[in-house]
Design a protein around this ligand. Structure first.
Ligand SMILES: [Zn+2]
Length: 376
């Protein structure tokens, strides 16, 4: 038996293990700036796992107003192993889930950085007063390109998901064909919930109700991993009373996570004279919730995970989970693709899943291990 189980572990714990690599094409970026951007990409490369190189195009150009950077992710939906159907995934994320290149010949991420900004191009984080740390901003922008992004929009009072047009962002253009979004939300949007309305993607789309919700100042990301990284609280998302295209509902809330907070990287505003070279636990939780695999040594809960073997997968009536935890049995929760806990068990094995709807689920143990399975 011992031998059999160790064979099973070898056979079943094949997580993809290659660190994500970035292939960056620059347009007008000075060499020192290229080095800082590569430094930021390497930080993400050490965090995320992907078999498929992430193709980024960086344009160093004059942007209007106070913008430091603007990022457009390419997108894919309904690819063979998509965890949630009728939902957009950043193509870098879709490729990592699929273990295959779904968009050959197309960039995954377009980043525009403002050539008029007083940038600090060093990589040591010692940003002088009055300058903006390029590593921090590139890390933020790449975060959007990797999937920390949604498809919310508001026109007068009507809110929508998946109605963004290329013309909304003129004169900026993308190097890849603009995906026709067909009023479908992004996977990030699937986790947004408002105090008054519950899950935002359950509301009519488009609708005035959705428009009110996305400007309610009470929008939260309720994925299980983000929640765990935020002391059990849903993470507050930036949703000001006046909708800001490209800013509302695609950032953590500025006032909740101000400068100095470990989760400030993905808030909408940056200050001169500061630096932040780590995404922070909530952002990492969000990336896991939307489908990214993190490198094994990243994040608090990721340390020293026990091996876990879940079978059968796909499941029909019950699942069995075997871990190498010394005690053997432990409390287990099962969450659906939206991160909502649908099943709890103290120590029963196997676990009856016959009552669950068809779909993808995540089982989680007290020891911090996570195992995905499909219910048929
Ligand atoms: Zn941003």
């Amino acid at each position: 038996m011992r031998k059999l189980f160790s064979l099973l572990f070898v056979a079943c714990v094949v997580a993809p293990s290659s660190a994500a690599t970035f292939s960056i094409t620059h347009f007008g970026t000075p060499p020192d700036a290229q080095a800082a951007i590569q430094y930021a990409a390497d930080i993400w490369g050490g965090i995320l796992v992907s078999d498929v190189p992430i193709k980024v195009s960086v344009s160093w150009s004059a942007l209007g107003g106070a913008a430091l950077g603007v990022t457009f992710p390419n997108g894919r939906k309904d690819f063979p192993n998509a965890p949630v159907s009728a939902t957009w995934y950043a193509s870098a994320l879709a490729n990592s889930i699929e273990h295959a290149e779904l968009n050959p010949g197309e960039d995954d991420i377009n980043v525009y950085l403002n050539s008029g900004t007083n940038w600090y191009l060093g990589t040591d984080g010692n940003t002088p007063a009055g300058q903006y740390d390029l590593v921090s901003i590139a890390l933020h922008e790449l975060g959007h390109g990797l999937g920390f992004v949604g498809l919310a929009k508001k026109v007068v009072s009507e809110g929508s998901f998946g109605l963004l047009q290329a013309s909304d962002f003129a004169p900026l253009i993308t190097t890849f064909p603009w995906p026709e979004q067909d009023t479908l939300p992004g996977i990030f949007d699937r986790f947004l919930t408002s105090t008054a309305n519950g899950p935002l993607t359950f509301l009519n789309n488009p609708s005035n109700t959705l428009g009110t919700a996305i400007t309610s100042n009470q929008v939260y990301f309720n994925g299980a991993n983000a929640l765990a990284a935020n002391a059990g609280q849903n993470a507050r998302v930036y949703a000001p009373s006046v909708f800001a295209l490209g800013s509302s509902c695609v950032h953590l809330n500025e006032a909740t996570f101000p400068a100095g907070n470990p989760n400030e990287l993905m808030t909408p505003f940056s200050s001169a004279g500061q630096s932040n070279h780590w995404p922070g636990p909530i952002c990492l939780g969000i990336l896991r919730d939307i489908g990214w695999t993190l490198a094994p040594d990243v994040g608090v809960a990721e340390h020293h995970l026990p091996s876990v073997h879940l079978f059968p997968d796909p499941a029909t009536s019950e699942i069995t989970i075997i871990t190498n935890n010394p005690g053997g049995k432990e409390p287990i929760t099962v969450a659906d693709a939206f991160g909502r806990v649908v099943l709890r068990t103290s120590n029963s094995r196997p676990i009856d899943v016959s009552g669950l709807d068809a779909g993808s689920y995540i089982a989680r143990g007290q020891g911090g291990w996570v195992a995905r399975f499909l219910k048929q």
